[in-house]
Design a protein around this ligand. Structure first.
Ligand code: GLN
Ligand code: ZN
Length: 716
């Protein structure tokens, strides 16, 4: 039994990756020194792998993002030096960033719209360079299919042409190598017959190089295993954690005796200890089909933090966890126990974090708990007189500029440099200033500004029982940016009100309605590590019930509008469409449970980062009164999708793309509104920016909102 691992977090135990690259950005390190340091990081990764496993890749290290690195290797971009390279990653004309599969990692999207035809050519064989330098490991590549599938800017019908041209470059890379590690996560998507045929042609060509190919798939099951078996590759990596269907297929069609089966059994996307006894049962079954077997991680390890060392979480929780280093140990243990025949005990869950009354509430939920007592149009009749809003009401999405001053105050409070009373007073001042600012601008529905929140998930994670936060559990989000996902380990409940103080205070300062502001259950789950000992639907309902209590407290405090943000609802959707109904069923129900309070309260939601058209049907089952959506990237599509569906709810299509520092003009925003009003009834339309303003500065915020209010006034 061999062992195989990949995707070890390049961030490093002390976020060395970030420090090395940011030193270059600050001009504190030369290009050569930066590469030397990155090589040092690669060397350490190799040392960690070598300690635990037989097979592992080399060349996983990148100066920013592996997709972009691949794009440069195959000549899609030709930066002359590292400065030009970073210009493409984060400069004014940087590539677009988007989420990598259904994970929280963002990659740079290669764009071929400048090309009339595929013009790939090998710039440097970087993976060979790494191999030559270190003399060990399997040279690492993102596979040609995944690279192309995740790029943009070429006609879909020319996919095959592009792939075969790209294959010529990969052929050249492989010719110089004896063995390689190629990752093809896009193989788990729902592919067309012609895409599968294109894959076959591509790999038949690569097979002719004679290089031993270890082809790794992950994040779900492969739907065309039979074809995959016929490819000239030496080993196939399959994910048995997120793609249990792989095992069903193997039971039906077996596994080729001449290939190595790289069995992904140690979860690369979550932080729970491996259940050795059930993994060994699967391994044993697999060994009956595949005499050549290796045990591996399922999904790259960079989705989990580096090490548990240094965390001071409660012992009962520590006992359940495994980060990347601990997962490498598990891979080795699995192989050893398989060989020795030792039978480990079934993983026993301690009772830490259990809350019987929360469990009971979820167990006794009935259909009515998910359905509002009064339907949409009747609610509107009740809400309108109470809110007394003008036609085309204006509002914002919640946060206002999180300036250095705001971040410093929060950090000072956290580190004990200022006491709680001082901090609270300061927050109150910020809120009071912001209320005056919004009234002065003439906005209709006001917000408190979210100055007390570092992050829309972490803030609630710290206040809810059953969720822990770590000291050093960083994972990579994009580029050099990391974040620390909270850990949902137990039954979730709300020990006390979480946001009422700030919202009620804001409302006390104005007669205009102030929106209560909450993060929804799906987003809290998506940006955390969620427990997997109960169904995600139950986790979502627990969080939903806690948030519902918060809304009831808002209502007692006289708050008339509540916004529940669900920006992650699209990204959390499974990769395969066939799995969508089950997911959206609980995702939508958790929203409806959360907001099933007094029907006089106007419920808003906000969704971003999504191709809205894809999910409009599902969103329409969320029983909110008003939705605001990000439109910067898909405005045209959105309107088309509203034409196709009966969408009776009120909508704020963002008229200001807040991802850009440019101040939108009145004329520009007016044009956006006019176009939208061709499809959406004027009585249902709201005017707002397309996302929160936390990354913006004050001057552009003020100028833009002034214009935005003018648009509304003119159009009324
Ligand atoms: N209310 C949040 C904010 O304004 C929404 C953030 C988001 O959509 N990601 O910051
Ligand atoms: Zn948003």
């Amino acid at each position: 039994m061999q062992t195989y691992a990949y995707g070890y977090p390049r961030l490093g135990p002390n976020r060395e990756f970030k420090k090395i690259i940011e030193a270059f950005w600050k001009g504190a390190a030369t290009e050569a020194a930066t590469w030397e340091q990155l090589n040092g990081l690669q060397e350490k990764m190799i040392a960690v792998y070598e300690k635990h496993v037989d097979l592992f890749p080399v060349g996983e290290i990148t100066a920013y993002d592996p997709m972009f690195e691949t794009a440069v290797t195959v000549g899609a971009y030709r930066p002359a030096n590292l400065t030009e390279y970073y210009e493409l990653c984060r400069g004014k004309n940087a590539l677009e960033m988007t989420k990598w599969f259904n994970t929280n990692y963002h990659y740079l999207v290669p764009d071929f719209s400048q090309w009339n035809e595929p013009a790939f050519s090998l710039t440097t064989n970087r993976t060979k360079r790494f191999f030559d330098r270190f003399g060990k490991g399997l040279p690492h590549l993102i596979g040609p299919f995944t690279f192309l599938k995740l790029s943009k800017g070429r006609e879909p019908e020319r996919f095959d042409e592009y792939l075969q041209s790209l294959t010529v470059v990969y052929h050249e890379i492989l010719t110089a190598l004896q063995a390689v590690h190629i990752e093809e996560p896009a193989f788990v998507l729902e592919l067309t017959d012609s895409e599968i045929a294109a894959i076959r042609r591509s790999y038949e060509s690569l097979g002719q190089t004679g290089a031993k190919i270890h082809l790794i798939t992950y994040y779900d099951a492969v739907d065309f295993l039979e074809t995959l078996y016929e490819l000239p590759v030496a080993g196939i990596g399959l994910d048995f954690v997120h793609g249990p269907a792989n095992l069903d297929t193997i039971r039906q069609i077996g596994f080729p005796k001449d290939k190595l089966l790289i069995a992904g059994l140690v979860d690369g996307r979550n932080i729970w200890k491996n259940d050795m006894s059930s993994s060994l049962t699967i391994l044993k079954e697999l060994s009956g089909y595949a005499p050549n077997l290796a045990v591996s991680n399922a999904g790259p390890l960079y989705h989990v933090p580096v090490t548990l060392k240094g965390e001071d979480l409660p012992a009962e929780l520590m006992d359940r966890l495994a980060f990347a280093d601990e997962k490498l140990v598990e891979i080795k243990q699995l192989a050893d126990r398989f060989t020795s025949g030792a039978i480990p005990a079934v993983l026993q869950q301690n009772a830490f974090g259990a809350n019987a009354s929360v469990q009971k509430r979820v167990a006794t939920l009935e259909d009515n708990d998910f359905i509002k007592s009064i339907p949409l149009h009747q609610r509107r009749k009740r809400q309108e007189p109470k809110l007394d809003l003008p036609l085309l009401p204006t509002t914002t999405i919640g946060s206002f500029p999180q300036t250095a001053e705001v971040r410093k105050q929060r950090a000072d409070f956290r580190n004990g440099r200022i006491d709680e009373q001082t901090y609270r007073n300061w927050i109150r001042h910020k809120i009071a200033d912001l209320i005056a600012f919004q009234e002065n601008l003439g906005l209709d529905v006001l917000v408190h500004g979210e100055f007390e929140r570092t992050d829309m998930v972490e803030f609630f994670a710290e206040k809810l029982d059953g969720i822990a936060t770590t000291k050093n559990g960083w994972i990579i989000s994009y580029g050099t940016r990391g974040y620390r996902p909270p850990i949902i380990y137990g039954d979730v409940s709300r020990p006390e009100p979480m946001t009422i103080d700030e919202i009620a205070y804001a409302q006390s300062l104005t007669r205009k309605p102030v929106k209560g502001m909450l993060t929804g259950p799906v987003t809290i789950i998506a940006w955390s590590f969620a427990r997997n000992d109960i169904p995600l639907s139950e986790v979502a309902y627990q969080i939903g019930l806690a948030l519902q209590e918060e809304i009831r407290d808002y209502e007692k405090a006289g708050i008339r509008i509540v916004q529940v943000d669900e920006p992650a609802i699209r990204e959390k959707a499974p990769l395969k469409r066939k799995d969508w109904p089950a997911y959206f069923n609980w995702a939508v129900r958790s929203f409806n449970l959360t907001t099933n309070t007094d029907p006089n309260t106007q419920i808003h939601t906000h969704i971003c980062y999504s191709e809205f058209g894809e999910i409009i049907e599902q969103i329409n089952h969320m029983d909110f009164d008003v939705i605001s959506i990000e439109t910067a990237r898909s405005r045209g599509d959105i309107l088309v999708s509203f034409e196709k569906i009966d969408f009776p709810r009120q909508i704020g299509l963002g008229v200001w793309d807040i991802h850009s520092p440019a101040v939108p003009t009145v004329a520009h925003m007016q044009e956006v509104v006019e176009r939208a009003l061709k499809v959406i009834p004027k009585a249902n339309f709201w005017i707002n920016p397309d996302c929160g303003l936390k990354t913006r500065d004050w001057p552009e915020t003020e100028a833009s909102l002034r214009n935005l209010v003018r648009v509304a006034q003119t159009m009324r």
